[in-house]
Design a protein around this ligand. Sequence first.
Ligand SMILES: [Zn+2]
Length: 68
Amino acid sequence: MNHRKHKQSENLKSKRMYTPEGYLKDPPDAKCPYCGESGKGCSYINSLSRAWIRGACKHKYRNKKEDE
Ligand SMILES: [Zn+2]
C-alpha cells in the first residue's frame, strides 16, 4: 500500500502565520495571551504542535478565570 498521501490535518481554526523555520522565528515580544509567558511552546503559534500547546493553555486558563 502507498502511504505517501499527505494528510489534510492542517485545518487550524486560527490564522496561520508561521514559517517552516519554526521556533527560530519567534518575535522577541511574542507571548502567550493566556499565561503571559514568552519563549514557551504556547508563546507563539508557528506549528501544529505549538497550536496544540496554545490550545491546551487556553483551556487551562479559561477554566481558571472564567469571568473574562
Ligand atoms: Zn500559555
